[in-house]
Design a binder for this molecule. Structure first.
Ligand code: MN
Length: 191
């Protein structure tokens, strides 16, 4: 049985950038529902013996398991999204991470532009990511719907949820504004 992991901060901790109301719905309703669905779908199957990462890599690209993949991946993605934000986020100055970002993207500003472009251009629901590839290089990518880099042997360092439920109550259809706020005020890179 999978359970909703504890949020790493209070529901109102990301205000004024993400309202407590948005986080309440997103965490307590959306995230919880993916977990409930997953638990129901894997009942009395071999998947009850596996952890979340194993379920994701076992079910990716298998149409017969698409429901399980979608709910497992969304469960994982949301837990990682909460860890990809913090009050007073968006700062990397003076860190080892800053050197690595500069080496890979030219500057922190260029990284943010590339990340924003990926997030804004994702058609429909999905996610924008900073990932580390197997050769150690960093890359920005976007994934559709529930898809997740961990299904493709990439290590996620941060993510922004660009499903409408992530921002609609606070920003309505203004996804670009939400992505700017994520990058400048909330982003935590898990390096
Ligand atoms: Mn979401």
């Amino acid at each position: 049985m999978f359970t909703l992991p504890k949020l790493p901060y209070a529901l109102n901790a990301l205000e004024p950038f993400i309202s407590a109301r948005t986080l309440e719905f997103h965490y307590q309703k959306h995230h919880q529902t993916y977990i409930d669905n997953l638990n129901k779908l894997i009942e009395k199957t071999k998947f009850t013996m596996m952890n979340l990462e194993e379920i994701i890599t076992e079910t990716v690209d298998k149409p017969e398991y698409s429901n399980i993949f979608n709910n497992a991946a969304q469960t994982w993605n949301h837990t990682f999204f909460w860890q990809s934000m913090q009050p007073g986020g968006g700062e990397i100055e003076g860190s080892e991470l800053e050197d690595k970002i500069i080496k890979n993207f030219g500057s922190f500003e260029k990284f943010r532009e590339e990340f924003k472009q990926a997030a804004v251009s994702q058609f429909g629901s999905g996610w924008a990511w900073l990932v580390e590839k197997q050769d150690g290089r960093l890359a920005v990518m976007k994934t559709a719907n529930a898809d997740t880099p961990i299904a493709h042997r990439l290590r996620p360092l941060t993510t922004c949820d660009v499903w409408e439920h992530a921002y609609y109550l606070d920003y309505q259809n203004r996804r670009a504004e939400f992505v700017d706020v994520f990058l400048n005020n909330l982003m935590k890179i898990n390096f």
